[in-house]
Design a protein around this ligand. Structure first.
Ligand code: SF4
Length: 614
């Protein structure tokens, strides 16, 4: 099989052993890469019931077949480990430049197990792996860590944790290239628990591909399509923050801890304003012509917001803005900088602060937190990262807050803080929220608003617009889009580049790219089969940890009618949601626990029959 080195670097932090971990060709044929290969590794190496912050947890940095070849959208990797938030294997996708170096270093990815006795860091420079004492960089913020390692080892790309990961903040993340976060499931805490401060990588050896000429053609076709697309040009200009007015207009801009879907001061936090008044340039990921990343320079009450920390995405603007009723982009940019420096997930941090504000307002918590106060919000970010004052409570995450202050104020799904997408105006998206083993994630399902556009994905026969409020065909659509996304997540291709090029998804070129690199010719049907198979792996991993159908659903707040705006007065009825979830289980061939043995046998997963204890 072309396109892969066929091995991961296996690092045992307990013993300091570095060895090759071979990946079977049959795994690549069945699972492609990314989430699929990482899940196979987890099934192989992670004992069910392992402590997420103990030595038995397995931390995987995975690539797909499209990394290392300067393909637009391919500057992306996925980190997989058992999450301390959801207590099951979970995923964090991250863009930038780090993975290009890994996949030109002789390895398709990295596996970290064990727990070192003292802080260490890993280098993989010019193909040579080595562990080093990290005493001098332990305690440093992420950017300072990068500076120190680049000074010592020369040009390289780095993934590191900051003080938040060292301090075991449950939603700490891993930061690459100073401003790209492997956020959400708390993998900064996992990396910290292993006493691994950083990974520095530099490579020069491209993976051998099946057809160089075809790759060049497909690469130009893909990047050219992105560069020519008017939609992508607009997206690149305003980035994800460009969505703020649109979501407010749809009545689903999460506001005041999900109590509302419209923010009366949304005009102060738009992508356009960020572009006009705060941005100094756009940034990109490896070989991507879209350049949707923000780079801002500003000041908030004498504190400098440094361009090296990038700028806030839509999710960050929602999490520190509308959800906390804050309308100051300089303060939000500073919160973003603090999170990148400390290694904190911005969504989780904003949502736990909003929950604490509401708990205070309701008399469930004694604190100085109030809606709309940026100074107090910023102070709380410091307290969370350093685990001082109330920050020590918040650092334990949203589930802890639910136990401590009541489920009502702590908006989460399976222990994962809900991101900045409200299902009350996108019901199919809510269905994916309710079902995915990853908990509250915006990186899994479809956005119903896309289904309202004409000619959505003709390759899969989706050509009729469907209302974002309608449940009609939503189980079928949710599964279809989850499987498409699961495939692109297995290629680890940036989701923004997979859509918006002409009508719907851009799968014919993506299939061409996979053919050119690996030699595998994948039909549209096989693409969905691979996506579904890899989604099933995630479900099996969750089932091993005790998750069942009974754990699926939405937080009660996300089912109440919104009080105002274009999505007002449309509650999500529990009976309807349950009926839809059951339909998805039927379509997927799942019983109460996950894929049935028949399903496993018919989808080339017969070796996993018996893994789920029913
Ligand atoms: S679209 Fe944006 S996030 Fe995606 S690869 Fe390009 S620059 Fe990176």
């Amino acid at each position: 099989l072309h396109g892969y080195f066929g091995k991961y670097l296996h690092v045992d932090m307990s013993t300091g052993t570095l060895k090759d971990y071979p990946i079977l060709d049959s795994w690549y044929k069945r699972h492609i890469g990314g989430r699929g290969i990482a899940a196979r590794i987890m099934l192989d190496l992670l004992p069910p019931g392992a402590d997420p912050l103990g030595p038995d947890n397995v931390l995987v940095f995975a690539s797909g077949p499209l990394q290392g070849h300067k393909i637009a959208g391919g500057g992306r990797h996925v980190v997989v480990a058992k999450s301390p938030k959801t207590n099951a294997p979970n995923e964090a996708y991250v863009g930038g430049f780090f993975v290009h170096e890994v996949t030109t270093s002789g390895y398709d990815g990295l596996i970290i197990v064990g727990q070192a006795e003292k802080p260490m860091y890993l280098t993989l420079l010019d193909g040579k792996p080595e562990l080093h004492d990290a005493n001098e960089i332990w305690g440093k913020e992420t950017s300072d860590t990068e500076d120190a390692l680049i000074e010592k080892h020369g040009k390289c790309h780095i993934s590191s944790i900051g003080p938040a990961g060292e301090n075991g903040v449950i939603f700490a993340c891993i930061i690459s290239d100073r401003n790209r976060a492997a956020g959400r499931p708390g993998f900064g805490a996992v990396m910290g628990s292993k006493n691994l401060k950083a990974i520095a990588v530099r490579g020069h050896t491209e993976r051998e591909v099946f057809d160089k000429e075809l790759l060049q053609k497909a690469r130009v076709e893909y990047a050219g399509g992105l560069a020519r697309s008017k939609d992508m040009q607009a997206f690149g200009k305003y980035g994800t923050p460009g969505g703020v007015p649109y979501l407010n207009q749809m009545g689903i801009l999460p506001t005041k801890n999900f109590q509302k879907g419209t923010f009366d001061k949304y005009e102060n936090i738009t992508g356009e304003l960020l572009y006009d008044d705060y941005m100094i340039k756009r940034d990109t990921c490896t070989a991507c012509p879209v350049s949707c990343k923000r780079v801002v320079e500003t000041e908030y009450k004498g504190q400098k917001v440094d361009p090296k920390y990038g700028g806030p995405e839509y999710e960050t603007i929602g999490a520190f803005g509308s959800i906390c009723l804050i309308d100051d982009l300089a303060a939000i940019s500073l919160a973003n900088q603090k999170c990148n420096a400390y290694g904190l997930d911005t969504i989780s941090t904003g949502v736990v602060i909003a929950a604490a504000i509401e708990a205070t307002e309701k008399g469930l918590l004694e604190s100085n937190l109030i809606w709309g106060d940026a100074d107090i919000m910023l102070d709380m970010v410091d307290q969370i990262a350093t685990r001082t004052g109330l920050g020590d409570e918040l650092a334990k995450g949203i589930k802890h807050m639910a136990d401590r202050f009541g489920e009502e104020v702590a908006v989460h799904i399976k222990g994962q803080e809900v991101p900045m997408h409200d299902p009350r105006g996108k019901v199919g998206f809510g269905l994916s929220y309710a079902i995915t083993p990853r908990g509250g994630t915006h990186m899994e399902g479809m956005h119903d608003s896309m289904l309202e556009r004409d000619e959505i994905t003709p390759e899969y026969g989706v050509s009729e617009p469907i209302s974002r409020f309608s449940w009609d065909k939503k189980p079928e659509m949710a599964v279809l889009y989850e499987n498409m996304r699961s495939f692109t997540n297995s290629c680890v291709l940036c989701m923004f580049t997979t859509q918006m090029v002409g009508p719907g998804y851009n799968f014919s070129t993506i299939r061409k790219l996979v053919h050119a690199t690996t030699g595998m010719e994948i039909s549209p049907e096989e693409l969905l089969e691979i996506g579904a198979r890899n989604f099933d792996l995630l479900k099996i991993l969750a089932a091993r940890e005790g998750y069942t159908r009974s754990d699926d659903g939405l937080h009660p707040r996300l089912m109440e009618p919104l009080p105002e705006g274009s999505s007002a007065n449309r509650p999500i009825e529990a009976d309807t949601l349950n009926e839809m979830i059951d339909k998805v289980y039927d379509i997927r061939g799942w019983d109460h626990f996950g894929p049935t043995d028949d399903k496993l046998q018919s989808t080339d997963l017969e070796d996993l029959v018996g893994v789920i204890q029913r």
